[in-house]
Design a binder for this molecule. Structure first.
Ligand code: HEM
Length: 491
């Protein structure tokens, strides 16, 4: 019956063209090629099928890649009963095993991020900025002499500490071991899920058992978090909903109305939810900030323009949510930085729960992972004229032209945090990244602080950042160095 199901599935998939080999054995060759040359293979499909879908063999499955805004628009409109992000993630990330049953099957942290975290951003912004400034002081002290830093690592530690001020509060966010645990957790989870994906299906349970990072990370995180959780639960038990409880992600998870009482008060669930939220938040934000720093170091002429926007706003409003909302040029620059430097060849995935029919008539059989190609969308001339040009104020001009930066009822169409079928940095539709408002605000604070208090540049003779690729995703080379010094009058 398995063979029969496989044949009927492949018959339906046959209508979608293949990039690489499609024979039973030869497709494995293509799958191996995809690991190191995924970007080039997706590009080949995009060039050959010009906006039409195509399929690619991976070692354990076929995936269908879509690269046109029309098909992404169908993706956006589909309901959860048709296309599921959660089921795609459970399959491709092996989330039940790697992250644990609760975050994989009932990810109630998503609702807490969308709700309480986003709602409380204005009131928590002072804390966020305090932590950010303190983290910069410790990681990159502003000196009169240029100092060389390993940019990726420094930024990760600053973002981790800043973010955790809002996730778990003081003093844990400053604890060195805690920072190591949550930074490592994301890396280990990605490595583990990739290792499982690289194994034949019948070996996956054994490989999964061997590489699973969760038991060890849970044990280490639990040591720090459990006493805090028990203390907060105890106070809640004694006094009811504790109004004086620290306002952070942990408290919002404990108070979440999205799950039943037993689940939301279970210390194991709480530790796993905090670890999982960190996994979604830290590396993504750090990479975005590092890319932005590199893009400014490559184009120093933008620095003064951004400083001229930032300084008067911060002088007038201080480090507030309202101030970050006024940094329109910075918003546009950060958006362009993500578009040009951080567009993966494949990202934003869904799993059809029944055969899915796109508006153009293409049918993808139930169970086949469909993945959009942000790179194809972001480098399409009809979405972004002169797509390979880094045009920092591209969306700023669009916002101005459409009256968005003026007037009370401005729309947020071209804002960085607004997902769209032609802008996939944060995904699309109902499941677009729930942390995007937090991420964009944090990025603006990080960038504004750096521009106001530091000069920075690549080391003399360095030729800019290097990237490496794994299975269609780009990673920044961790050895790339940046020089920092206290801001002077001139460079
Ligand atoms: C620049 C930073 C970030 C980027 C580029 C980013 C990107 C993304 C993308 C592409 C998705 C998939 C959306 C889709 O498939 O439609 C996603 C989902 C998600 N992100 Fe982010 N993200 C960032 C920051 C954050 C932060 C700060 C948090 C937490 C506070 C977070 C939490 C999540 C979660 C929980 C999901 C899963 C949503 C779901 O299952 O419905 N992300 N993110």
């Amino acid at each position: 019956s398995k063979w029969w199901n496989y044949r009927s599935h492949m018959t339906k998939l046959a209508a979608i063209p293949t990039v690489g080999h499609s024979g039973l054995l030869s497709s494995y060759l293509s799958a191996y090629r995809f690991i190191k040359r995924g970007g080039a293979i997706v590009q080949e499909g995009c060039d050959k099928y010009r906006g039409g879908p195509f399929k690619i063999p991976l070692l354990d499955k076929w995936i269908v890649i879509i690269s046109s805004t029309d098909m992404v628009e169908d993706f956006r409109k589909a309901g959860d009963h048709e296309l599921s992000l959660q089921e795609a993630f459970r399959e491709t990330f092996h989330a039940d095993l790697v992250l644990g049953k609760q975050p994989a099957v009932d990810p109630y942290h998503v609702g807490v991020i969308q709700g309480a975290l986003t709602r409380n951003m204005a009131s928590k912004l002072g804390d966020l900025y305090d932590e950010l400034a303190a983290a910069f002081n410790d990681e990159i002290p502003a000196t009169n002499e240029w100092v060389e830093t390993m940019a990726v690592e420094k930024v990760l530690r600053i973002v981790c500490r800043t973010t955790n001020r809002i996730f778990v509060g003081l003093p844990l966010c400053r604890n060195e071991e805690w920072k190591d645990i949550v930074i490592d957790y994301a890396t280990r989870c990605f490595t583990a899920s990739q290792s499982i994906n690289l194994s034949p299906k019948f070996l996956q349970p054994f490989v999964g058992w061997y590489v699973n990072p969760r038991p060890a990370s849970f044990k280490r995180a639990n040591k720090h978090l459990r006493p805090i959780i028990l203390d907060r639960l105890e106070k809640e038990k004694m006094h009811g909903l504790d109004k004086d409880a620290p306002q952070d992600m942990l408290t919002w998870l404990i108070n979440s109305g999205n799950v039943d009482e037993r689940q939301r008060r279970d210390p194991v669930n709480l530790v796993l939810s905090i670890l999982t939220t960190n996994m979604g938040a830290i590396h993504t934000t750090s990479m975005a900030f590092t890319h932005a720093l590199f893009n400014l170091a490559l184009r120093p002429e933008l620095i003064d323009i951004l400083r001229q926007e930032i300084e008067p706003v911060i002088q007038e409003e201080g480090w507030t949510k309202s101030a970050t909302g006024k940094l329109d040029k910075l918003d546009s620059f950060l958006k362009e930085s993500q578009r040009v430097s951080a567009s993966f060849s494949i990202s934003v995935q869904r799993k059809p729960l029944k055969d899915f029919v796109f508006t153009n008539g293409i049918v993808v059989p139930a169970g086949t992972i469909i993945v959009a190609s942000p790179r194809a969308i972001h480098f399409n001339e009809s979405n972004y004229p002169n797509p390979s040009e880094f045009d920092a104020f591209r969306s700023y001009r669009l916002r101005e032209a459409e009256g968005e930066t003026k007037g009370k009822n401005m729309s947020y169409k071209h804002h960085m945090a607004t997902p769209d079928s032609s802008y996939l940095t944060f995904g699309v539709g109902k499941h677009a990244c729930p942390g995007r408002f937090f991420a964009v605000t944090e990025l603006k604070l990080l960038m504004s602080h750096t521009l106001m208090y530091y000069d920075f540049k690549f080391s003399d003779g360095a030729d800019g950042p290097k990237r490496n690729e794994f299975g269609g995703r780009l990673n920044l080379d961790e050895t790339t160095k940046l020089m920092f010094r206290k801001r002077g009058d001139s460079n």
